[in-house]
Design a protein. Structure first.
Length: 144
């Protein structure tokens, strides 16, 4: 940055803030070494404290992000194991009650936590079957 430049540097990313924090701290030390007056608003002590607080928070955030990424990977592995276990239990319970009629099979499976959910078309078919009366008469289409 030039000595008489009045533009404020871009501080849009963490890396830019870190870079310019270092530049300011080194520049102030150089300024004092040359016998020039120190910047007083804010003082370099305040800048250093705020810079160190920022670095600490930045590093803590990066650590949390790494931990989060690792934990999500672990969770994904556990989810796969859980899905396999649930599938195995589901199949065992289903096979146990496979010879039962559907209604009884569903009722007994509930005792083990298996809940069957009807799809929309299955619900419609059940309602249609319940509404249609069952006739004992044999209807012949043959006119003779």
């Amino acid at each position: 940055m030039e000595e008489n430049d009045s533009r404020v540097p871009a501080l849009n990313t963490e890396q830019e803030v870190i870079k310019w924090g270092e530049v300011l701290i080194k520049g102030e030390a150089e300024r004092i070494r040359k016998g020039m007056a120190p910047v007083t608003n804010p003082t370099i002590a305040i800048v250093k404290v705020r810079y160190e607080n920022f670095l600490e928070s930045f590093n803590y955030q990066k650590t949390l992000q790494k931990t989060n990424t690792r934990t999500l990977g672990d969770l994904s592995k556990l989810r796969k194991e859980a899905d396999e276990l649930i599938t195995r239990i589901w199949n065992e319970v289903e096979n146990t009650f496979n010879d039962f009629p559907d209604d009884l099979k569903r009722e007994r499976s509930k005792e083990y936590g298996l809940v069957y959910v009807y799809r929309k078309n299955e619900i419609r078919n059940i309602h249609i079957l319940e509404k249609e009366p069952v006739s004992d008469k044999v209807v012949s289409t043959n006119p003779l």
